[in-house]
Design a protein around this ligand. Structure first.
Ligand code: SF4
Length: 398
């Protein structure tokens, strides 16, 4: 399995969005430890399960049901295991299965394939990690190389369109397979089941090669720590230097305090502009607070700030015994101490699985509109207003 090998490289595919936009970030990040968050460890586990399922589907002979069941059992023993991983990885497998079944002839399948893009990132040819990445699944069919990526995150939906990580995988795959397959098209897919999102994008193989030239330009700067810093909400999100980066601080201070507008009131145009500009300001302050707290806890000085104990909460040391005392003393009867609550719709769906849930009780579910929320213009959902139209008023009267 390749998952444990996902070590950090100076110019990694997963960090490509960052170092392509902000080349000096690659060198700057080097001085910060590369710690794996719990969410990332969870993702690794889900990837292992996903990989086994795809292997079992395409290479049943080598893999086999028994081997799969034993391997799954082992994964289930891990403390990060969640039962819903089964359903989510099935959705990923379904996408690959359906894609393969929709083709005129069976595709050539590569699972957890290490692909190389060394010549584009000036990586040492002997380094096992540098200048390479592991693609979750590559399908080769007709004139197409199709890179499919499984993302277990549920923070923000990731788009496949011009996605640098997948484009680097595609670049590596194209270089490896172009002699064997008549590739002229590249298809990229990101399956992100926890957000119910499947994003697909296609381009010509020449576009991938053009992207390769751009990668070369940016990588030449990045390996030397050169180029301009380019702070931004998405660029800085996972940067290891995000709390201490002076360029990000400078930019956010500029965004937060720069104004050439005249009081007393902002126009709606100005409100829209400030909201957009302020997005990373809020995130940056959060990162700064988290950093300062860690420093204070480590006994270092951050002038003007200190770490204190937050508001504590009370907990039973022995709830059963405490309840016993209350009941026996006649202070509170059992019915008052316990409440019986039905599981939420989402909890029931999780319990029985998406497909069974839909089949059994789907007809009893309606979707109520959510609370109005502010979103960017680029959001896929259509805009709503409170304005009552003549047609609405007529319907209400009826
Ligand atoms: S925090 Fe942002 S601006 Fe600073 S190095 Fe990282 S990506 Fe670049």
């Amino acid at each position: 399995m390749g998952h444990v090998e996902r070590q950090h490289a100076l110019l990694s595919a997963s960090g490509a969005g960052r170092w392509l936009a902000c080349p000096p970030s690659a060198k700057l990040e080097e001085q910060f430890p590369d710690t794996e968050s719990e969410a990332a460890a969870e993702g690794t586990l889900a990837h292992e399960l996903a990989e086994m399922k795809v292997r079992n589907y395409f290479f049943t002979k080598e893999f086999g049901k028994r081997k799969l069941n034993n391997a799954v059992k082992k994964l289930q023993e891990g403390k990060l295991w969640q039962d819903e991983m089964q359903g989510y990885t099935d959705e990923y497998l379904d996408y690959i299965k359906n894609t393969a079944l929709s083709l005129k002839s069976a595709p050539s399948v590569r699972i957890e394939q290490r692909v190389y893009f060394k010549e584009y990132t000036f990586a040492d040819p002997d380094d096992a990690v540098e200048g390479s990445g592991i693609a979750d699944c590559i399908l080769l069919y007709e004139d197409t190389v199709h890179v499919i990526d499984f993302k277990y995150g549920k923070g923000v939906p990731v788009s496949a369109e011009n996605n640098p990580q997948l484009m680097l995988y595609a670049l590596g795959a194209y270089q490896t397979y172009r002699m064997l397959y008549p590739i002229s098209k590249v298809k990229l897919t990101i399956v992100q089941p926890r957000l119910d999102s499947i994003s697909e994008w296609e381009c010509a193989s020449e576009d991938i090669l053009k992207f390769g030239e751009y990668v070369k330009e940016r990588a030449a700067l990045a390996v030397k720590g050169g180029g301009d810093f380019a702070p931004g909400l998405d660029t800085c999100r996972f940067c290891r230097a995000k709390a201490q980066c002076a360029a990000r601080a400078k930019e956010n201070v500029r965004l937060a305090f720069f104004t050439d507008k005249h009081p007393p009131l902002l126009s709606n145009e100005e409100v829209g502009e400030y909201l957009k500009k302020g997005e990373d300001v809020a995130k940056w302050l959060e990162d700064l607070r988290a950093y300062a707290l860690n420093e204070c806890l480590a006994g270092k000085e951050v002038p003007g700030w200190k770490a204190v104990e937050g508001r504590g909460s009370r907990e039973w040391t022995d709830m059963d015994r405490a309840f016993d005392v209350l009941m026996k003393g006649g202070i509170a009867p059992k019915e008052m101490l316990w409440e019986r609550k039905p599981l939420t719709l989402a909890q029931v769906e999780k319990l029985v699985g998406k497909t069974d849930f839909q089949k059994a009780v789907g007809e009893y579910v309606i979707k109520k509109p959510g609370k109005p929320t502010l979103a960017k213009e680029s959001d896929k959902r259509s805009a709503i207003t409170n304005k009552v139209t003549a047609a609405d008023a007529f319907r209400t009267e009826e």
